[in-house]
Ligand binder design. Sequence first.
Ligand code: MLT
Length: 260
Amino acid sequence: MNITVDGVKLDYQISGPADGQPILLIHGFPFSKALWEPMMASLLDFRVIAPDLRGLGRSEPSDETSMASYVDDCLSILKDQHDGRPLTVLGMSMGGYIAFEFFRRARLHVQAMVFLDTRSAADSDEAKKGRFATAETVIKEGSAVVADAMVGKLFAPSAAPELRAKWRDLMSQSNPRGVAAALKAIANRPDSTVTCAKIDVPTLIIVGEEDAITPPEDSRKMNASIAGSMLAVIPQAGHMAAVERPLLVGDAVAEFVRSL
Ligand code: MLT
């Protein structure tokens, strides 16, 4: 399905019964809603809304984007397709950065939060510089540059080579304009550490035990600063816990949403 926002066509998928508990799934960088396929078997009872973020997956790019505009895109899809019930907002990695922004901008739409393999802190100045430099390289040389740089860090050491190869290919097919815009948006994102203390909805934090990009330490810090939050550490999984251990992650999400 798709919707056009400001002249940009955004693709999304909706599944599950119309009266199922609603969940918004926000994928990470530079992935797409394909990230959720392996864990969808756990989420059949729920109304799941899964966009491809602007410039990623099948959604068209624009040269500029931001955490705020990704949230606005999600809200446009919800306005068009959702009945207005507050949702569980689940964000993986960059999707988590967006989920924080969603909470800040649209608290009334939020029933609960799930942070998956993400962090609350902003980038260091050095990391920001690296992202801007990579954004320029991606425009010149294509998205394989990012795919090759990331693939080694994404998975637990025990992950199957086929899984790595599949995601390397998917990442390298991403639209370079969308990837470059996302890199700049990530670099410019606000620090969400202060937001943690303001989160007043049920919150689940999930992290792969061997996540080398947003390590469990980041999740423990969020767990300590979000009142009443729960932490699930997924064994034998890295940053891509959602595809490395989809049943464990999907079942943890399902159990949490059922408990609301
Ligand atoms: C992601 O998975 O969304 C990215 O690795 C996030 C990041 O680079 O900070």
